[in-house]
Design a protein around this ligand. Structure first.
Ligand SMILES: NC(=O)c1ccc[n+]([C@@H]2O[C@H](COP(=O)([O-])OP(=O)(O)OC[C@H]3O[C@@H](n4cnc5c(N)ncnc54)[C@H](O)[C@@H]3O)[C@@H](O)[C@H]2O)c1
Length: 244
């Protein structure tokens, strides 16, 4: 069943592990896509199904930049307005608190939180009624994360932001939910998984790390009418690593 026929979905971090898995899944179900990431080369290297076309628009550039955000909005408008928004762009850098500079703190907050607020605000006028927004929180936002105070803070805050979207936009039928992945095998977690992976897998009831497609399927559910009465929730996707 094609749940996204005639729907337009904006995905940031679309060249990343989870973003690209989501883009592939939505495209296979008929979505028109605006795919945003930092580098044009990374977008051009996506699988052929996601090549730029009349129904797939690539927008490259730093997502914290005003002008880049404006190009994303223009692209979404040209595809009929936004039915789904999945801001997956994010960074996860390591710095123990004693070494964490304010500049590093701001850099993470600016990409993981400020840019999500800024782009959401700019997309509001082109958000179609009954659209769905799915933001990317993390197990780190619930439990904290040693060496990642900035990341954990950004991910805790994104949930509060998302719940506020659910409150303010619900009267237009617009839903907003967050997913909180645990340890998912992407470029983002390569280093930490090589250091702590076995220990983390042993502490996970399902005994393994997750795959990007397992997050993408949950995001697609929350973007689709299958979740039509679900808004303001955080869905944990972590193999049982953390139970709220
Ligand atoms: N992988 C995990 O275990 C995990 C766990 C919890 C939450 N998450 C969240 O899921 C989302 C996707 O993560 P992923 O695992 O696919 O990571 P990833 O590193 O594979 O992808 C992230 C993408 O964001 C892009 N990006 C970074 N800064 C950007 C900027 N300034 N402008 C535009 N694009 C930018 C990167 O180029 C990259 O393609 C992130 O928000 C991440 O915090 C991931």
């Amino acid at each position: 069943m094609a749940r996204f026929t005639d729907k337009t979905v904006v995905i940031t971090g679309a060249a990343g592990g989870i973003g690209s898995a989501l883009a592939l899944l939505l495209r296979a179900e008929g979505a028109r896509l605006v795919l945003h990431d930092l580098s044009p080369d990374a977008l051009a290297a996506l699988p052929a199904e996601l090549a730029a076309s009349a129904e797939v628009v690539h927008v490259a550039g730093d997502g914290t930049d005003d002008e880049v955000q404006a190009r994303i909005v223009t692209a979404a408008e040209s595809l009929g307005g936004v039915d789904g928004f999945a801001p997956a762009a994010g960074i996860y850098l390591e710095a123990p608190l004693a070494e964490l500079s304010f500049a590093q703190w701001r850099q993470t907050l600016s990409i993981n939180l400020d840019a999500v607020f800024a782009l959401t605000s700019k997309l509001l006028p082109v958000l179609n009624d009954n659209a769905a927004i799915v933001t990317f929180a993390s197990v780190a936002g619930e439990r904290g994360s040693r060496g990642h105070a900035h990341y954990a803070a950004s991910k805790g805050a994104i949930v509060a932001f998302t719940r506020t979207l659910a409150l303010e936009l619900g009267s237009r039928g617009i839903r907003a939910n967050a997913v909180a992945p645990g340890i998912i095998r992407t470029r983002m977690t390569n280093d930490s998984v090589s250091k702590h992976g076995d220990e983390w897998a042993a502490g996970t009831p399902l005994g393994r790390h997750g795959e990007p497609e397992e997050v993408a399927r949950a995001v697609a559910f929350l973007l689709s009418p299958d979740s039509s009465f679900i808004t303001g929730v955080q869905l944990d996707i972590n193999g049982g690593l953390y139970m709220a």
